[in-house]
Write a protein that binds this ligand. Structure first.
Ligand code: GLY
Length: 328
């Protein structure tokens, strides 16, 4: 008899959920550390570092959605895609409908990626005017010879194959934008701190709003890793990126080996400071540990402990023997 879908809250700090696992151990010195041995279909989702515990039902439902796909005989890629689509459609998270609005108060540029344990990878970067970037990444994988489409080319491709031409915003994203602008205005007004002056290299197609700006704490990325009944792995990620950036900034999510990675030994997905994740080839580095027999729990724990404390990082991973979640 198949097990009923089940989700476990792993941490409020990372806001990650596991579905299809027998146990969860929450730990000690890291804000988030959990994992264990598990066989059979399994899905893990995260709602990004910076998402508060009041949003816990989002990744929980996404994990259940992914697990249901697996229990119905779906592939790990179908399950990982379904989990991330669920979170892209939830306006409380920084991806798809809830994607961060950039400094000009108008631009929304999103990144997404998908990868299978068989080595298939595809991504879109700084795509605009689509509701579900992860589905566009999937279409790049299924319908083109390319690995990565970016910018207007990615947007045009999406519309060409039937994705609706919509700006995926919502009142929640607009409220977050206004709060960040207020906070940045306060920071610029201070004399006891130095912050990067984003106004200096303004490259948006739209003029600079009068009340430009800040960097408040906010949700980062959403993602799913899955292992199906045949032991195949997949990972998916989607993000609205960081709010306070220049136009055209690309984070870790669509960069090969950085935001996510999957292979025959497992699947890994990151959330956190994109530039720092890229410098460390983070997802591939964690995957290498899995490939060398390290448990998923220990692999994510070691990677988070080795990351500079001043930057956010969250990791979810599933391997042949089990699963792991770690973050700070
Ligand atoms: N981790 C998402 C980003 O930096 O864009």
């Amino acid at each position: 008899m198949r097990p009923a879908p089940r989700s476990l809250l792993l941490s409020a700090a990372l806001l990650a959920f596991a579905a299809g696992v027998p146990e969860a151990r929450t730990a000690d010195t890291l804000a988030t550390l959990a994992g264990g041995r598990s066989a059979g279909p399994l899905a893990l989702t995260h709602g990004g570092v910076g998402s508060g515990p009041e949003l816990a039902d989002g990744p929980r439902a996404a994990a259940d959605t992914a697990l249901k796909v697996l229990l119905a005989g779906g592939s790990s890629l179908d399950a990982a895609t379904a989990g991330t689509v669920h979170l892209e459609n939830d306006p409380r998270f920084n991806a798809g409908t809830g994607a961060n609005i950039r400094l000009d108060g108008k631009t929304i540029q999103m990144d997404a990626a998908v990868m299978t344990g068989a080595g298939r990878f595809a991504a879109v970067g700084v795509i605009e005017r689509v509701r579900n970037p992860v589905l566009v990444a999937r279409a790049v994988m299924d319908s083109t010879p390319h690995l990565f489409l970016a910018g207007e080319g990615a947007t045009r491709f999406a519309h060409r194959i039937g994705f609706a031409d919509v700006v995926p915003t919502c009142p929640e994203a607009e409220a977050k934008y206004r709060a960040r602008m207020k906070r940045l205005g306060e920071l610029y007004a201070r004399t006891d701190t130095t912050i990067y002056d984003w106004r200096r290299y303004w490259n948006f197609p739209n003029p600079m709003p009068a009340d430009v700006l800040d960097w408040g704490k906010h949700g980062d990325t959403v993602g799913t890793v899955a292992r199906d009944a045949s032991g195949r792995f997949a990972a998916t990620l989607s993000t609205g990126g960081t709010s306070v950036t220049l136009y055209g900034r690309v984070g870790d999510v669509p960069v090969y080996g950085c935001g996510l990675y999957a292979g025959p030994a497992g699947a890994v997905a990151c959330t956190g400071e994109g530039e720092e994740i890229i410098k460390r080839f983070m997802a591939h580095a964690v995957y290498e540990k899995l490939a060398h027999g390290v448990s998923a729990r220990r692999a994510v724990e070691e990677a988070v402990r080795a990351f500079p404390e001043r930057f956010d990082l969250g990791l979810i991973a599933v391997g042949r023997e089990g699963w792991g979640v770690a973050g700070r």
